[in-house]
Design a protein around this ligand. Structure first.
Ligand SMILES: [Zn+2]
Length: 426
C-alpha cells in the first residue's frame, strides 16, 4: 500500500499539535485533511479512502468511546489515534477496550508519530500483538526517558520473559520499532523500510529451553492446558523444533536468519500446541517469515514459507467461501469452523481471501490466484474497507496484466522463473 493513496484526517483545536500532525503525515506521504467537527470526520470518511483519524480530545465535547463507536460504524477502515494533555487511566482504558490504535500525550513527539504512522500503514489484521502496551508505555513515559536504563540504550532493549510452556525465565531482546520508518508496503502487506533492519525482525520471542515461540506481546500471558504442554515438550515434537533453531541464540541481537527461524518456530509452536486461533497465527507467522526471506534474497525459502502460509490461509478462509456465489449464513460458518478457531472479523475475512490470491500469484499458481481474486471482490462487506479495497483493486489490476502476459507467452514465463518477487506495488 502506498501512503499517497490514503488520506489522514486531523481534528485538533490546538494549532501546534495540528501542525505537527499535519507536517508528519505529509512527510510520510499521506494526503491530509484538517477537520473542524466530529460529524465531519464521518462525512469525509464516506467520500475518501481514509486510513486514520487523529483526534485531539482537548476541548472536545465527545468522549473517545463515542468517537470510536462512530468510527467503527461509519468508517471501519480508519485507524483511530487520540491525543490528550492528560494521561488518564480511564481514557487509556476506553481506548484499549474500543480498539483504538494509540493514545498520545502532549507535547506530541515526532519520533512517537513515526511509530504510529508505521502502524497505520501496516495491515491491522497482521499487526503484531501487544502494540498497545508499547503505546501506553510511551504515553506514560511521555517526554521523559528516565525509566530507560543504560542497558536499554540504542535500538534494542532487554525485557524479562517467562516461558508459558516450560516456565524458563530469561532476558530477551526487543526492538524499539518506532525508530524504523516504513516507506510503503508490498502487495502482501510486507513493510518496506529503507533501513537495513526489517521492522518484523524482533516481533516474536523464542524460549531458549523448549523453543516455544509467539508474538512478544503475547508471550508472557499465554496459558496452556497440561495435556498439549506435555505433548509439546515430548521428545518427538521437541526435536523437530530443536533442529529448526540451527543452534542460533534467538534471545540476543538478530540477523535475518534469526528472524526467519523465530517465525518458523512460532508457526510450528502454534501447529503443535493447537491453541486458540492457531491456524490463523501459523499462517501469519509463515507469511512474515517469507517477508524476511525476501529481504534476504533467498527465493526457495521464501516460496516454501509462502506455500505454507497460503495453505493455512485456505483453511482459515474455508468456512467463509462463497456458496453458489453467495456469502454463507452465520450458522453455516459456525458449523464449518475448524476446531479452536473463532469466527473472523469482517476485515480478516477479506484480508485472508486476498492473501490466498496474492500468495498464489507469487507462487505462480495462476488458477488459484484468479479464483480468489474473483472471490474477494464478491464478499458483501468488501467495499466497507475503503483503503483496503483500493489496495486490492490495484493488485488485482496488475495481476490481470500479468496473467494476460503469461497466457500470451506461457513458455517464456515458465522459463524465466522470475515472478516479481519484490511485488509490483511501488
Ligand atoms: Zn520454554
Amino acid at each position: 500500500m502506498k501512503p499517497g493513496s490514503a488520506c489522514v484526517l486531523i481534528l485538533s483545536k490546538d494549532p501546534q499539535t495540528r501542525s505537527i500532525l499535519e507536517f508528519s503525515a505529509i512527510e510520510f506521504g499521506f494526503k491530509v485533511k484538517v477537520i473542524d467537527h466530529v460529524e465531519e470526520l464521518v462525512a469525509v470518511s464516506l467520500d475518501l479512502p481514509v486510513i486514520a483519524w487523529f483526534v485531539d480530545l482537548d476541548g472536545l465535547p465527545k468522549k473517545p468511546k463515542g468517537i470510536v463507536s462512530l468510527g467503527r460504524k461509519k468508517a471501519p477502515d480508519a485507524r483511530l489515534v487520540f491525543i490528550s494533555t492528560e494521561f488518564e487511566e480511564e481514557i487509556a482504558n476506553s481506548c484499549i477496550e474500543e480498539g483504538a490504535t494509540a493514545l498520545l500525550v502532549k507535547p506530541v513527539i515526532v519520533s512517537r508519530l513515526v511509530k504510529i504512522f508505521n502502524q497505520i500503514m501496516f495491515e491491522p489484521e497482521l499487526a503484531t500483538h501487544g502494540e498497545w502496551e508499547e503505546n501506553t508505555r510511551t504515553a506514560n513515559e511521555n517526554n521523559s526517558e528516565k525509566s530507560i536504563s543504560k542497558k536499554d540504550e540504542g535500538l534494542l532493549r532487554k525485557v524479562d520473559f517467562k516461558c508459558p510452556v516450560c516456565s524458563t525465565a530469561f532476558l530477551g531482546t526487543r526492538f524499539k520499532l518506532w525508530i524504523l520508518p516504513v516507506t510503503d508496503t508490498d502487495s502482501d502487506f510486507c513493510p518496506n523500510s529503507c533501513d537495513k533492519v526489517h521492522p518484523e525482525l524482533y516481533s516474536v520471542m523464542i524460549c531458549p529451553t523448549c523453543f516455544f515461540g509467539t508474538y512478544v506481546g503475547d508471550f508472557n500471558r499465554m496459558e496452556f492446558q497440561e495435556s498439549p504442554k506435555k505433548k509439546f515438550l515430548g521428545m518427538d515434537y521437541y526435536l523437530i523444533r530443536k533442529q529448526m533453531t540451527f543452534n542460533l541464540d534467538l534471545k540476543e541481537e538478530r540477523t535475518l536468519l534469526h528472524g526467519i527461524k523465530s517465525f518458523e518456530l512460532a508457526a510450528t509452536s502454534a501447529l503443535q500446541l493447537e491453541y486458540r486461533n492457531y491456524l490463523r497465527l501459523a499462517a501469519e507467522f509463515y507469511l512474515k517469515a517469507s517477508w524476511l526471506c525476501r529481504r534476504m534474497g533467498h527465493e526457495p525459502q521464501e516460496h516454501d514459507a509462502q506455500y505454507k502460509s497460503c495453505e493455512l490461509f485456505k483453511r482459515v478462509y474455508r468456512p467463509y467461501s462463497l456458496i453458489n456465489g453467495r456469502f454463507p449464513a452465520s450458522g453455516t460458518i459456525f458449523a464449518t469452523l475448524d476446531k479452536g478457531m473463532d469466527k473472523l472479523p469482517e476485515r480478516a475475512v477479506v484480508v485472508s481471501c486476498f492473501l490466498i490470491a496474492d500468495l498464489a500469484r507469487r507462487l505462480k499458481d495462476y488458477t488459484t490466484a484468479e479464483k480468489y481474486f474473483d472471490e474477494v471482490k464478491k464478499i458483501p462487506f468488501f467495499h466497507k474497507f475503503t483503503s483496503l479495497s483500493q489496495h486490492i483493486y490495484t493488485v488485482d489490476r496488475l495481476f490481470r496484466e500479468e496473467l494476460k502476459k503469461h497466457k500470451d507467452t506461457p513458455e517464456k514465463g515458465k522459463k524465466s522463473g522470475k515472478f516479481q518477487l519484490h511485488g509490483f506495488v511501488k
